[in-house]
Design a protein around this ligand. Structure first.
Ligand SMILES: [Zn+2]
Ligand SMILES: [Zn+2]
Length: 573
């Protein structure tokens, strides 16, 4: 994958941090920081900068490092610095209020090399005696350490889902495993997750258990028996519980159903069984009068037994869903998605070219895609001016001629400015094939200010979609002060589409609000916001959120035929 401007800036900043930890001369350190800043504010993309020495504060030395980094993805300078600075110091930089310079002092004066040694010298009182530190600083450091050590009970799905999928890939490689699945709240696509459950069907549980215990990063084996093995895995400084349940292949569908939950869904299913004189357990369905056990090949068969259509895990919720599946429902499926309408390329902060994205979208069998790089206001993401967007449109025109099997829309993810103005005037927006509007700044504004901005975007006749409408990052950042009921009404009145951003950190709209939007007659776009080709696959997650929201395919504009989509985006032109 191609390196991005962000990667280069990060690399230079990393060098500065390591130099700081080494206690190097301040001029040398700030030279790297200045170089990074000047590259960041340069409006050109990495490819367009032929000679880095023309940028202010970049001399021969830094230029060599940049060239080496662009060619090899690493530099000799940073590699050797990494060998000179204790590894344990790096995570300490995340502690609020400490920073590289202070850490360097503690490293030099008190031999602090990791979290334990830092905690120790704080507790012994050695830190407060060091020049520039005091009692207050020491207390703050200790507070930050204790916060670092407490893990929240539930972790965001953006951390847990990729981890679960990685482990699952390794489970599937075990020859004796006949069937396997992630179960529990991850399978139901809850936003936060407590632990990870796997259901594994095998005729050789002992052998499979032995192989499971060889998985990467196992921190501790909590319990290991014939049918259940529990371990903790260390990921991102968190300890995560993983349960593996090993069962016979004929028990697989009912065990998987049982451990997928939710609790309320299972209660509703058991109630349904009871009414027919049957009992559901982990092994199958028991006929109470005869004691006969019925087993199934698949979960579909299990539901069929109760005269139900397959209930997708995502909608297994408060139990009321069960009766709705007595007849066929009509929910979104991933095969119905015909395109992706939000993605970035090297023209702004994406990692790959337009053509790379087009080829990846063709591989996914899409009929259309939209290239939507950032607009000029977003300098940090190398946002595009009107002039650059017109140039980009020419490149897209060329690619549309080259690839006749897919329609490439020339779009933009346009910033809604803090004062409620849009980054481009209507005259210009009319030229674009598709316009996504988004808030990327001043998140702490009042509800009135935020709603004023969103209203301006919805009311512009050429804005088609509002991206990630609440701005939340699950487990990291609360939504800005958006009034969702009001936004849904605005979207309805102005025929503006709201996005489900499929990035697992966002899932924005959430299933709850996407459901409400559909109820009010507002259309939805499920978009990946991919910044590289391999995250176009987040569409699967987005579809899961859509299912959880009970979305019908016709609500989702990127299930529409090309002609219907074009009619929509041209509605006011
Ligand atoms: Zn965005
Ligand atoms: Zn975006």
């Amino acid at each position: 994958m191609a390196l991005t401007k962000k990667d280069l800036i990060q690399h230079l900043e990393d060098i500065a941090v390591y130099l700081e930890l080494k206690g190097e001369n301040q001029f040398r350190i700030s030279a790297y920081r200045k170089a990074a800043q000047n590259i960041e504010t340069d409006i050109r993309s990495l490819k367009e900068i032929n000679d880095f020495k023309t940028i202010k504060d970049i001399g021969d030395g830094t230029n060599e490092i940049i060239k080496e980094f662009i060619n090899k993805g690493k530099s000799e300078v940073l590699e050797s610095l990494k060998n000179e600075v204790p590894e344990g110091l790096i995570p300490l930089l995340k502690l609020p209020g400490i920073g590289g310079k202070r850490l360097a002092t503690l490293y030099k004066e008190l031999d602090v090399v990791d979290l334990e040694s830092l905690e120790y010298v704080c507790q012994t009182g050695a830190v407060e005696k060091v020049k520039g530190f005091g009692k207050k600083t020491t207390e703050n450091i200790l507070k930050a350490i204790s916060k670092l050590n407490t893990q929240p009970e539930r972790l965001p799905i953006s951390l847990m889902l990729p981890l679960a999928e990685k482990i699952h890939d390794n489970i599937k490689k075990i020859a004796e495993v006949k069937k396997s699945s992630i179960a529990g709240s991850i399978r139901r696509m809850e936003e936060t997750i407590k632990d990870i459950d796997f259901i594994i069907a095998t005729d050789h549980p002992k052998l499979v258990t032995e192989k499971l215990l060889l998985l990467d990063n196992i921190h501790e084996i909590i319990a290991s028996g014939e049918t259940k093995t529990s371990v903790t895995i260390k990921e991102d400084n968190y300890l995560i519980n993983i349960d593996f349940r090993l069962i016979k292949p004929e028990e697989y569908p009912t065990t998987l159903h049982h451990f997928t939950g939710s609790k309320e869904h299972n209660i509703a299913m058991r109630q349904r069984a009871k009414e027919r004189g049957e009992k559901i357990n982990e092994y199958g369905v028991e006929i109470e009068s005869s004691g006969k056990l019925i087993q199934f090949q698949t979960e579909e068969e299990f539901f069929q037994h109760f005269n139900l259509e397959f209930i997708p895990p995502e909608v297994r919720g408060d139990g009321n869903e069960v009766s709705q599946f007595e007849s066929a429902t009509h929910l979104i499926e991933k095969e119905m998605i015909k395109g992706d309408l939000h993605m970035h390329t090297t023209w702004s902060d994406g990692a790959e070219s337009i053509e790379d994205m087009v080829q990846a979208a063709r591989k996914l069998g899409y009929d259309y895609l939209a290239i939507t790089d950032h607009s000029k206001f977003l300098r940090v993401a190398n946002g595009l001016t009107e002039k650059r967007l017109r140039e980009q449109a020419k490149e897209i025109e060329r690619l549309n001629k080259k690839y006749s099997d897919i329609l490439i829309l020339s779009g933009v993810e346009m910033d809604i400015l803090p004062n409620g103005e849009l980054d481009f005037d209507s005259e210009f927006l009319k030229e674009m094939d598709i316009v996504i509007a988004a808030i990327h700044s001043s998140f702490s504004q009042s509800e009135a200010e935020i709603m004023h901005r969103l209203e301006a975007a919805c009311k512009n006749p050429y804005v088609d979609i509002i991206a990630h409408p609440t701005g939340r990052l699950i487990g990291q950042r609360e939504p800005y002060a958006v009034n969702m009921e009001q936004l849904i009404q605005l979207a309805k009145e102005t025929n503006t589409v709201l996005e489900i951003n499929a990035h697992p950190q966002r899932f924005d709209l959430s299933a709850k609000w996407a459901n409400e939007a559909q109820k009010q007659g507002v259309n939805i776009a499920i978009n990946t916001d991919a910044h590289q080709t391999n995250t176009l696959s987040y569409m699967n997650y987005g579809v899961s959120v859509g299912k959880k929201a009970w979305l019908k395919p016709e609500t989702i504009i990127n299930t529409w035929d090309k002609s219907d989509l074009l009619a929509f985006i041209n509605r006011n032109k």
